[in-house]
Design a protein around this ligand. Structure first.
Ligand code: SAH
Ligand code: SF4
Length: 386
């Protein structure tokens, strides 16, 4: 486990370590460094863990089951500051996009997508920028600035929950029910921090979002996939986007290193995958590039034997992007072929378009519902532009 003791969101108080982003053993180790004996350090770590991640407190002064003196000395040694929301945009569809500053010049986006019924997903970033250069992805056109620490990953959830007024961790009627690592960056290139963060997020005494509701999306970093399943027990999503190596080499260049056969073999052996825990395959719909019926049929053949569902993502254009989104009719025809073969193939409704939020992240309901929503949106757009 990697422990991030350095505060990176509070340049004004660089001498104090942050406790945010530490799990129980991490907090206990930090307390030991201040001179606490092993047993009390462990006990206090459990209490502090609950205050931080269940109650969401910002201040040691609020930790009422710790003695006054201890609280004062802890606040001398440790920092509990959140990263700063520097921009907050709310879409007319309820999607919220936060631009979060972790340290000067270190900013990433987090998106809250209220979903169907009572569920909602928080889409978190794992890196600032990305080393990979997927040709359809805006993040891919930005160089990697750096990995986010576990504190910064967990910090995204804390500030979103602050904004949504979701403390203490509710047992029912939650706004954030799912966490998806589908924001900026490639999570498997920052695996240690992602694993530490998922451990904290899923701990039942804290934020308490079960591992079945945490999805990590990867462009296909094959050597790290097994470890993610083994140690993180997270749900897996694969950014597939093409069914032939030559096209995938172009769209998702990491394919030159780990090709389709290798990637799919790694999915077949992903720890914990089952019909109840399917692997999601993300497939961005690019007009005239990867959206033919023949490609839909090939997709079905490729996934044989893998407990899978397929998320079709309408391409979200960005300034200078070299692609167009497939027509709705084409997306529906593609979805139907995949669906008829027995795979759930929801079309991800674009969310938060008016605020420029990332592509929709919802794991969704039925194709029909999604398709009808898309048609309605399209109609609304046509109405407003006429
Ligand atoms: N780096 C990881 C996590 C990002 S997840 C990965 O690639 O899986 C974000 C998802 O949105 C990925 O499936 C990505 O391929 C997809 N995506 C990126 N740019 C997009 C765009 N312009 N329109 C639609 N989907 C896009
Ligand atoms: Fe990076 Fe994922 Fe974008 Fe590819 S799709 S450039 S891996 S963030």
């Amino acid at each position: 486990m990697q422990i991030d003791l350095k505060s990176s969101g509070t340049p004004a108080k660089p001498s104090r370590q942050t406790l945010i982003g530490l799990d129980r053993p991490g907090i206990a180790a930090a307390l030991r460094e201040t001179g606490l004996e092993e047993k009390p350090a462990k006990m206090r770590a459990n209490q502090i863990f609950r205050w931080l991640y269940h109650q969401g407190v910002h201040d040691f002064a609020d930790m009422t089951n710790l003695g006054k003196e201890l609280r004062a000395s802890l606040s001398q040694s440790f920092d509990l500051s959140r990263p700063e929301i520097v921009e907050r945009l709310v879409s007319k569809d309820g999607t919220r996009k936060y631009l979060i500053r972790f340290a000067p010049g270190i900013e990433a986006e987090t998106v809250f997508i209220p979903g169907v019924g009572r569920s909602g997903a928080l889409c978190v970033s794992s890196q600032v920028g990305c080393t990979l250069n997927c040709t359809f992805c805006h993040t891919g056109s930005q160089a990697l600035v750096r990995n986010l620490t576990s504190a910064e990953i967990v910090g995204q959830i804390l500030v979103a929950r602050d904004d949504l007024g979701e403390w203490p961790s509710p047992s029912e009627g939650r706004k954030i029910t799912n966490v998806v690592f589908m924001g900026m960056g490639e999570p498997l290139y920052n695996l240690e921090n992602v694993l530490t963060a998922t451990g904290i997020i899923s701990d039942g005494e804290g934020i308490s979002i079960s591992r079945r509701r945490i999805t990590v999306s990867t462009s296909g970093i094959v050597p790290k996939m097994h470890e993610l399943g083994e140690r993180g027990q997270a749900m897996l999503a694969i950014s597939l986007h093409a069914v032939h190596d030559d096209l995938r080499n172009e769209l998702v260049p990491i394919n030159k290193k780990h090709n389709l056969a290798e990637l799919l073999e790694s999915c077949r052996t992903y720890p914990g995958a089952s019909n109840a825990r399917r692997i999601t395959f993300e497939y961005v719909m690019l007009k005239g590039v990867n959206d033919s019926d023949a490609e839909a049929r090939k997709l079905v053949r490729l996934l044989a034997g893998i407990p899978a569902k397929i998320n079709l993502i309408p391409f979200n254009p960005w300034p200078g992007s070299p692609y167009e989104c497939s027509s709705w009719g084409r997306i529906e025809a593609f979805a139907e072929i995949v669906n008829k073969a027995g795979y759930a193939s929801p079309i991800r409704t674009p969310r938060g378009r008016d605020i420029g939020a990332a592509c929709g992240q919802l794991k969704s309901a039925s194709v029909k519902k999604r398709a009808s929503e898309l048609r309605r949106e399209r109609q609304q757009q046509a109405d407003t532009s006429s």
